[in-house]
Design a protein around this ligand. Structure first.
Ligand SMILES: [Zn+2]
Length: 156
């Protein structure tokens, strides 16, 4: 089994968009759907081997829910991230910035030719999403998230 196969996969319910984006930024495969029936969701998540992250205690009472539905104890995204990282033993730093936070697909090496000139003056390493075409680089947003992940890791 490769690293990526061994890694946890998740589903975030529609109140957890920030947590969803952060987990993707940490390199984890996180599905997110706006409209999905709770019963279908649990069956679908089980079939896909995904852990359902939710604030909804009702979902946890569903048949099949045991072991795959994690009801978060906080509405604060930072606390949610820390809780999930601790509970499922995630490494938020090892695979960071390998996945598109919007499309949830693995990033490829990019050339940066589609990055703004002011970015190309300062950066040489780029990753590109093969799905939406977004280019990622080590800008202030990425640095801010790296600090967040390091902070969560050190507080665990
Ligand atoms: Zn994308």
């Amino acid at each position: 089994m490769t690293d990526s196969e061994a890694r946890r996969r998740f589903f975030c319910d529609d109140h957890l968009l920030k947590l969803c984006r952060w987990l993707r930024a940490a390199g984890y495969d996180v599905a997110w759907e706006r409209a999905i029936d709770d019963g279908d969701l649990v069956a679908w998540a089980r079939a896909q081997g995904r852990i359902v992250l939710t604030l909804d205690r009702e979902i946890a009472r569903r048949r099949l829910a045991e072991g795959i539905v994690h009801v978060l104890s906080s509405h604060d995204p930072r606390r949610q991230l820390a809780e999930v990282a601790r509970a499922w033993e995630l490494d938020l730093e090892a695979y960071a910035f390998t996945r598109c936070t919007v499309c949830n697909v693995a990033l490829e090496e990019g050339t940066g030719t589609d990055a703004p000139p002011r970015v190309r003056e300062r950066h040489t390493v780029y990753r590109r999403c093969p799905s939406c075409g977004r280019t990622y680089w080590e800008g202030t947003h990425v640095q801010r998230l790296r600090r967040l992940f390091a902070g969560v890791a050190s507080s665990a």
